[in-house]
Design a binder for this molecule. Structure first.
Ligand code: NAD
Length: 298
């Protein structure tokens, strides 16, 4: 950090630029896009990511290289490392923290439940501690998840829906995160805003998500696997191959009225266009050869 950051300003930030933002989980899918968007506006961005191996670390490294070429440096470190956080806040007076680092995915919780507690609970508290102690105190925006709506069957989900029936440990940690961030707000006056993302997708996306694995399998001539709430269905065999408790919710659908009204949120990309964009990226990233139907990197 000392070598790369000018003191009191995030690397890449121009004199007189707008915000100074620490983006946690910057080498992740959403973190990469948000960091690039902030840079495009002229904000200074410093990334933090532990480059965990939940999915292909080479994809995270490629995102880091992309960020580097846009003036975003990503520090390799864990949000549980309080000393590292204190050092970062000491070097740069962040005005905002965009907290996206988390153990994502619902099914992985059955293999590694501790990683959800480590990143989504202990890591969140560690980060909030650093934010509350920082001078100036940054405003925190963090990623909760639509998974907090859990086993609701009244779609579309709006902010008023119940959130007391999580269907996975992932969802439970996001719900806990909402309570924890509220607590830091009313006890320490920390400004915290949580966003409940609904299935974010697109170029540089996450290999564990359906649109990514469907694309990969279809292009490789393999069957796709569809999770139907509690059952896993192999479409090639047309039968159920695995039963209950995989963490998926039976329904998901966002009511974005309030976001439209209060944030001016206006989706501009149709699902069809978004998927096309993703597939185009996939083909170029993995070096698809149309002649031989082979890939260079997969
Ligand atoms: P992602 O896995 O691509 O990104 C998360 C990043 O955080 C990864 O690069 C990972 O290495 C890093 N990370 C994890 N634990 C860390 C730790 N302890 N310290 C430092 N870095 C750590 O996931 P994403 O899809 O980009 O999701 C970003 C955020 O949005 C997450 O909080 C996720 O739970 C939330 N979210 C995503 C979606 C979606 O559809 N993509 C939906 C709802 C919520």
């Amino acid at each position: 950090i000392r070598a790369s950051a000018s003191p009191r300003r995030p690397p890449g930030s121009a004199e007189g630029a707008g915000l100074s933002v620490l983006v946690t989980g910057a080498a992740g899918f959403v973190g990469t896009h948000c960091s690039l968007a902030l840079r495009k506006r002229g904000d200074g961005v410093l990334g933090l990511d532990n480059f965990n191996s939940y999915y292909d670390p080479s994809l995270k490294k490629a995102r880091r290289a992309l960020l580097g070429s846009h003036g975003v440096f990503v520090v390799e470190g864990d949000i549980n490392d309080g000393r590292l956080l204190a050092k970062l806040f000491d070097v740069v007076p962040f005005t905002h923290v965009l907290h996206l680092a988390a153990q994502a995915g619902v099914r992985y919780a059955m293999e590694n439940p501790a990683s959800y507690v480590h990143s989504n609970i202990a890591g969140l508290v560690s980060l909030l501690e650093a934010c509350k102690d920082a001078d100036p105190q940054p405003a925190v925006v963090w990623a909760s998840s639509s998974s907090v709506y859990g086993l609701n069957d009244r779609v579309p989900f709006s902010e008023a829906h119940r959130t007391d029936r999580p269907a996975s440990l992932y969802a439970a940690t996001k719900k806990a995160g909402e309570e924890i961030t509220h607590t830091y707000n009313h006890i320490y006056g920390l400004s915290v805003t949580g966003l409940r993302f609904f299935t974010v997708y697109g170029p540089w996306g996450r290999p564990d998500m359906a649109y990514f694995s469907f694309t990969r399998n279809i292009l490789q001539g393999k069957p796709i696997t569809v999770y139907r709430g509690r059952d896993r269905v192999d479409l090639a065999k047309k039968n159920v191959v695995e039963m209950p408790g995989n963490g998926d919710v039976p329904y998901t659908h966002a009511n974005i009225s309030l976001a439209r009204e209060q944030l001016g949120y206006k989706p501009t990309t149709s699902l069809e266009m978004g998927l096309k964009k993703f597939v185009r990226w996939y083909l170029s990233y993995y070096g698809y050869n149309r002649g031989t139907h082979t890939f260079r990197n997969s």
